[in-house]
Design a protein around this ligand. Structure first.
Ligand SMILES: *Cc1c(COP(=O)(O)O)cnc(C)c1O
Length: 399
């Protein structure tokens, strides 16, 4: 590693000099001949692990059917997926797209359009929360409001403002006659695995109801079983008006979705929005297969059990290596370990031991194991993290 990698690609991504030949469940097999325990899951995407037999069988079954037809025709797999997502959520209707970025863009348009249709065309502003991540479209960047991501891309798209995390007073003060919606992540992923307190979520819902403001939840990262519920908002006993999904929805195949109430969807008449690829037969067939597994009665209880095990083990590491790790965060299997040394150093050391993890904001090491993880995988990961802490302690002591 370290040597410049020759490539015709854009230099947009900082890549590790490693690729993978095969995946099986929680493991990946690298081109370097090493076996890796995958607690990265392609950024919370491969929730059922690699090469899950039901997903592979579905992909094979659909490979010689109609791959693509566009939304100019009916797509039975898409209709079925929409019905099932609606049946398992607050939503009445579902719009399909391909990525989280598109889901955010569409959700923002829907909120504005719903206000417009309701006779409030001046309600256009979207309020987001500090530490948010809503994708890299121009609107998504304005919503995210990270100066580093905005630099050099011209004027920040108007119609967005931001308030501090978990600060109800600030939100109340920011709500105005021009506010269309509040948009937030029930669990901030990129921002550092920060759970939005449930009391705050309930208070925001009440505030939105009182002021005719719409509530949008970005569950692109924390949805699809990751939190130990199918959707993270379920922990709060309130529901948004609009919700975005992507990452885990296709188990590794490209698909995103916007779920909404019928009041919202009724505004999105022909011509208001669209996508060539969104909800194509292949993508929705795979997402239906993901859902088959996730709605099995014991699936989410398993996620919660594995979460308890992982978090307890991590809490022990914090106790044992307080100078390396300072705090365990997160819900379900979206877990963060706040580091006292640079998080990327811990991620690199873990990878050298054979454990794939990721960084997150606020100097957090992010753990996103596949939701099918077993206790043996968790023990294995904890052992490697213990060894990481030991090694970096020795290095800092000798430095
Ligand atoms: C990843 C992510 C997005 C953007 O999704 P892409 O598919 O990368 O465009 C949006 N919101 C949240 C919360 C995310 O984690």
């Amino acid at each position: 590693m370290g040597a410049e990698m020759p490539s015709a690609l854009f230099p947009t991504h900082k890549r590790v000099d490693l690729s993978f030949e095969r995946g099986e469940g929680a493991y990946l097999f690298g081109s370097d001949g090493q076996k890796y325990l995958d607690f990265f899951s392609g950024i919370a995407v491969t929730g059922l692990g690699h090469a899950h037999p039901h997903l592979v069988a579905t992909a094979c079954r659909y490979a010689d059917r109609v791959w693509h037809i566009s939304n100019n025709f009916r797509i039975p797999e898409q209709e079925r997926l929409a019905e099932r997502l609606a049946a398992h959520s607050f939503a009445d209707n579902v719009y399909f797209c391909s990525t989280g970025l598109e889901a955010a863009e569409g959700a923002i348009k829907m909120a504005r359009r719903a206000q417009y249709t309701a006779g409030s065309p001046d309600k256009v502003n979207i309020i987001t929360v500090q530490g948010a991540f809503h994708g890299r479209s121009l609107a998504g960047l304005a919503a995210t409001n990270n100066a580093q991501y905005l630099e050099g891309f011209g004027p920040r798209t108007p119609g967005f403002s931001q308030v501090p995390f978990n600060d109800l007073k600030a939100l109340e003060a920011a709500l105005g006659a021009d506010t269309a919606a509040v948009m937030l992540e029930p669990i901030q992923g990129e921002g550092g695995i920060r759970r939005t307190p449930l009391d705050y979520l309930r208070a925001v819902r009440a505030l939105c109801d009182r002021t005719g403001t719409l509530l949008i939840f970005d569950e692109v990262q924390c949805g699809m079983g990751r939190s130990g519920r199918l959707f993270a908002y379920e922990w709060s006993n309130i529901a948004p008006d609009i919700m975005m999904l992507a990452k885990g929805l296709g188990g590794g195949f490209v698909i995103g979705a916007i779920l909404a109430t019928k009041e919202i969807s009724a505004c999105m008449v022909p011509g208001t929005h669209g996508s060539t690829f969104g909800g194509n037969p292949f993508a929705t067939a795979i997402a239906n297969a993901v859902l088959d597994i996730m709605i099995e009665p014991s699936f989410l209880a398993h996620v919660r059990d594995m979460s308890t095990l992982l978090r307890a083990g991590l809490a022990n590491l914090v106790k044992k290596y307080g100078h390396v790790f300072s705090e365990v965060r997160g819900v379900g299997l979206l877990v963060g370990l706040k580091c006292c040394i640079p998080n990327n150093q811990c991620v690199a050391a873990a990878r050298e031991m054979g454990l794939l993890t990721h960084v997150a904001g606020d100097n957090v090491l992010r753990l996103m194991p596949p939701l099918i993880v077993e206790p043996t995988h968790i023990s294995e990961a904890l052992e490697m993290l213990d060894a990481v802490a030991m090694r970096v302690s020795e290095e800092t002591a000798s430095a």
